[in-house]
Design a binder for this molecule. Structure first.
Ligand SMILES: *Cc1c(COP(=O)(O)O)cnc(C)c1O
Ligand code: SF4
Length: 345
């Protein structure tokens, strides 16, 4: 399923030297590109933003950023599959597989590491942990990509989780709407419908470039909405892909028009092999500032960094407060000049 060897890849693309060289020392994350993703790539453009996200280059072997688990997820794992870093929410690693592997993947320690789909024992472990930890209100079903699991497997998983804790908000996290839209069949939605009771699900998508949103996206999002499942997007800020105000403005507006709320825009994590895709925070903040002027509040994602060593997420934004004196706050207006706001007495 998909393109996974040099031979197959060369049938589709004329490779650059950097891309070809990756195959001499392939990095920890394998090559896998779906036919759908391949169809989105403009073959004549070596700088194509979709190509940069999925076709590896030898640059992946040239940095030593921060190991493979910069967020110390392993240290925060309570069962083999459950990461419990924040008191009120947790993340369940449902499988290590994806339909296409993103070269910026921050979970390289786990993605495609052959741990495979979650088995019944691991699921039971996670479910009993959730049953005992009532402080957990939300769980991210992530990986990998949960929709690489079969309908039967998803059904078994949702049944077990709902029976353990129907009051938890489960987030269905997936990149597959962008990489493998044919996965979203009637039968899959029937399966989800069967387990659509208790607290609502939320859908967490990953679209990084406006060209990833197609007519298929609209069809899939409508089906989720028919089940009352609200879609939110988590994008990653990536050099040469979307480190541009125009591209991110178009992405956000296109997401909104497709009924997806832009939620996060992530600063790249310090994962080995991703340095060439990272954007300077200083540049990210500039982009954020300009975006805030151009986008509506609804269209604006939160530019966010996930701190190293499991420090948690921090929102990055230009600081509009400009001190606080003589009982007054001074603010910089995003549209120019400054304004005073008297503190409450
Ligand atoms: C990001 C993350 C969450 C969810 O955080 P939100 O800010 O609520 O989206 C939960 N658990 C882990 C381990 C995470 O990395
Ligand atoms: S879909 Fe997610 S887990 Fe899979 S390779 Fe892309 S970023 Fe990593």
């Amino acid at each position: 399923m998909g393109i996974s060897s040099l031979n197959q890849l060369e049938k589709h693309l004329t490779l650059t030297q950097e891309e070809r060289n990756w195959f001499s020392f392939p990095s920890t994350l394998p090559l896998l590109v779906s036919e759908h993703v391949m169809s989105l790539i403009n073959k004549d453009d070596p700088e194509d933003p979709i190509r940069k996200q999925f076709i590896p280059t030898c640059f992946e072997n040239m940095d030593d950023l921060g190991g493979l688990d910069p967020l110390e997820e392993e240290k925060h794992s309570e069962t083999k599959r459950l990461i419990h870093r924040y008191a009120n929410r947790a993340a369940l690693l449902t499988t290590d597989r994806c339909f296409s592997y993103c070269r910026h993947c921050f979970r390289r320690r786990f993605t495609s590491n052959s741990s495979g789909p979650i088995n019944e024992k691991e699921l039971e472990e996670a479910a009993s942990y959730l049953a005992e930890h009532k402080e957990i209100k939300e769980v991210l079903l992530t990986g990998g990509d949960m929709f690489t699991l079969s309908d039967e497997h998803i059904s078994m998983m949702l049944k077990t989780l709902k029976e353990a804790r129907a009051d938890i908000i489960y987030r269905l996290c997936t990149r597959a709407i962008a990489t493998y839209p044919e996965r979203f069949t009637e039968k899959l939605f029937e399966t989800l419908k069967l387990h659509n009771w208790g607290a609502p699900y939320y859908l967490m998508t990953q679209f990084n470039h406006p060209r990833e949103i197609t007519s298929e996206t609209e069809r899939i999002i409508s089906s989720f909405l028919k089940l009352g499942i609200i879609p939110m997007n988590q994008a990653v800020l990536l050099k040469g892909v979307n480190d541009s105000v125009d591209v991110l403005e178009e992405l956000s507006n296109k997401l909104l028009a497709t009924r997806i709320k832009p939620y996060y825009l992530f600063q790249g994590d310090l994962v080995n092999g991703t340095e060439h895709l990272r954007v300077k925070i200083e540049r990210g903040l500039e982009i954020e500032k300009e975006l805030r002027k151009r986008l509506s509040g609804l269209a604006m994602p939160q530019y966010t960094i996930d701190l190293p060593e499991g420090g948690g997420k921090v929102i990055l934004t230009h600081d509009y407060t400009n001190g606080h004196e003589n009982g007054k706050w001074v603010f910089t207006s995003p549209y120019g000049g400054s304004r005073e706001y008297p503190e409450k007495k």
